[in-house]
Ligand binder design. Sequence first.
Ligand code: GDP
Ligand code: MN
Length: 393
Amino acid sequence: MDLVEFQGKQLFGRNGVPVPPVGSVCRTVDEIVAAAEQHLGEGSSAVVVKAQVKTGGRGKAGGVKLATSVEEARAHAESILGLDIKGHVVQVVYVEPASDIEEEYYLSVMHDRVGKGHLVICSREGGVDIEEVNRTNPDAVVKRTLTPHETADGLDPATAREIVTQASFPAEVVDSAADLLVRLFAAYLAEDATLAEINPLIRRPDDTVIALDAKVSLDGNAAFRHDGYAEWKIDGLDADDPLEAEAKAKGIQYVKLDGAVGVLGNGAGLVMATLDVVAQNGGRAANFLDVGGGASADAMAESLDLVLRDPNVHSVFINIFGGITRGEEVAGGIIEATNRLGAFPQKLVVRLDGTNADQGRRMLEEANLDSVVAAATMQEAAATAVRYAAEQA
Ligand code: GDP
Ligand code: MN
């Protein structure tokens, strides 16, 4: 689950990561004006009006603006509310007392699946696109992968110091930036984040460092440890993918991916293997869907319906290895599902093996469905599904 900036700052703040003075979450021009009036009245020389959307580059898109007066704040409120930033329409705005910036740095911690650890990225050049810095001036970007073992009790302060020193942070801020990194790492672990990014981390005129921006993603698999992340769900922010949300509500194990071959199987291991076989045949899976053991006709129909409603799905590979799930039940489910769903353009390539597979295959053959194509092996099914997807696209 992705947080917006003000939520990320809230999460940082409660974990001791220094952030700007707390601002106001607003949804209307009037609320923004009132917040600006309050913060300016409390002695801030300026406020910053910031669009709260789950995408980066808000500044460039006109979604981050400084105001030194209430009138200016009103004008920014009018231009930012409703603004479309890369397909995200701004409904929530954060008004924060503005900070004075001496320098801008970059700091992040994220899961590194390939490196099997936690990746810390640190650069003296922040406030800009870090990918771009990495391309044009790779020496300016320090990357360090730390194993879960060596960070079981958090990030060692000496390691944090090494990282910021290597990134050539000025002597005046090395200690405070290293301390901030230790706290950021602790926050990332404690909150089960997969990403905690600060761009920019700023140095203020008094040489203190604070997180001026916050991008945090929380691990969905850890939601059960955090009351389902209920505290972060607020109106006006983009929800999860709608199909994933629907699947979750129905108890279907579904993850949306970005290919064209819908995948539906029984058992997480088999579905994972199915994604691999699709890839080996030059295709890309559109989703992961595990119908689970004892796939009933109902479960099959609901699952198929979900997969087919993804507009990117151009063919579906149904991969079933019968154990407790019996072949004739699966076949019955597919037949019922196709009857229930009516006409759809995609082909369903079915590979059925295991308990009572013969009987299931016979049922499918006798049903003589236009949309169903039988395949003898996983390999053949994958190749066929990939071919249909390509033809449909
Ligand atoms: P992003 O564009 O989505 O990454 O949004 P940021 O929160 O990073 O803001 C973009 C830029 O706006 C920053 O890099 C700063 O240069 C500027 N900015 C944001 N907040 C402030 C502030 O409080 N004071 C000043 N002077 N500039 C700010
Ligand atoms: Mn930023």
